[in-house]
Ligand binder design. Sequence first.
Ligand code: DON
Length: 568
Amino acid sequence: MINLFKNRNFKAYLLYSLISCLLFTVQLEAQTFAKNGMVVSASELASENGAQVLKSGGNAVDAAISTAFSLAVTWPWAGNIGGGGFMVIRLEDGTVTTIDAREKAPLASTPTMFLDGEGNLKSGVNHHTALAIGVPGTVAGLYKAHQLYGKLPWKELLQPAIDLAQNGFPLTYSIARDFEGFASEPEKYPEMQSYIRNKKGEVVQFGELWQQPQLANTLKEIQSKGHKGFYEGYVAEKMVAYIRKMGGIISKEDLKQYEAVERAPVHTTFRGYDLYGMPLPSSGGVAISQMFNMFAQLEETPEFASVQYYHYLAEIMRRAFADRAIYLGDPDFLTYSVIDSLLTDEYAAQLFSTIEPHKATPIDSIYQGHFNEGSETTHFSILDNKGMAVSMTYTLEHGYGVKMHAPELGFLFNNEMGDFNAVPGVTTSQGQIGTAANQIVPGKRMLSSMSPYIVTKDGQPFMVIGSPGGRTIINTVFQTILGVLAYDMPINKAIESSKIHHQWLPDRILYERYLMDPATRQALEAMGHTLMEVSNLGRLMGITYDEPSGIISGAVDSASPDGGVSAY
Ligand code: DON
């Protein structure tokens, strides 16, 4: 068993934790410890609502539902009912399953809907117009998870979010700053102007109670009618009317047909641990499994943050991302089945054998990856007192999605259609990928990088982890799990440790400012790598469980402005 408390006085921590169990939330340095259950999310208020559900006898799925709806109120940046996402669930009996609530392309969509008459991408159309809105999946996914695995009544689980929307909550500094930004550019964000204002028509300020009565009504409709409260009836009608008015193509039929799907997880093993991730249409499970399988080929574990460490990681990432671009898309639409072959040890060994120990692999392909993604998704991790765990990542794609909301409904719509390959067959050095696996087809789900993960050890839950960050998600989740499994790091250390990102093309390693020393950078450059500094990679939300002591540890990435751990 990994020593989670390696660099600490374990007994003192245990004693502190036991005494602190009398309190609801235990905060100690960057880690929180508890004995019963824990929720780690991008909003302290949402974590508290989730933990309260656990405390009242709800299971991890119940807590996930309450946390997700609360985030839709308190973290409008990415918490949502107008977007989609993925949930990995470990059940009490040790079975692991997943719920796919990814958005779908509307029935009226076409592979060339974002092109002009000459076959070129119309600038911004796939991200900044109502055509970018995919059929939302979040509510269907949460409802399905509840039907299959929930314990407490659905109505009870929505009430805390309704209260937050109805009564308001003090607006946080980070959201208030975003609101000021929207207010300062009304021509660019016309549809956000009503969203960010209070009853008096003034922009809601930091610390002011932000009430969202329209959102409260929408949530009440979902509370009383479940799935149908969103996909049929007045919410569906108003949604379609607004999207159509804005030039979008989502119809009532699209909403009526939407179903979340339960899918088997992608599973791999690493050093005695079982790793479970999302299957397609998320590329996370496949890519992360491939990366662990390749890392396992190393004869010796490189010293953490050494030149060899970064070199091998970048080469492993490069190979997994190349396969991602070529092969991965919505499994319901793929006409081939190579996925199982991508996950074998033989294939990992074959890929690994092409890595030169002291030289970067030269670019040998025309494919060019996008790099236009930020950290606008959100992840939460939950563990309950029966060993049930939920790892959920959901998103509007960009921060505040397409920046449009139906005023009577009070929630923001996604711009997830931008995750499809926009120009069929055209892959350019400017950043378009045109491969068939992820082209638009009516009813198809767009490929995602969201990578909620659950790790188990000897049949016990061990780690629940995930992050926002577009394509960087795959790499930051991989490195955080690796930090704990291969480098014995406690969860907070693994979350905060140096991360890099390589996505095949553009051929460069992104590294986090302050976290890689100049000599290491120079040595990597001498091997043929190109490096680029970024301010941050990932906003991880993680939990680990130490089975012998029964202690749960959790941590929020310090890059998360409003995040919080709540536990008991
Ligand atoms: O599903 C995906 O992979 C992306 N839409 C996630 C977006 C994200 O993490 C934030 N950045 N755009």
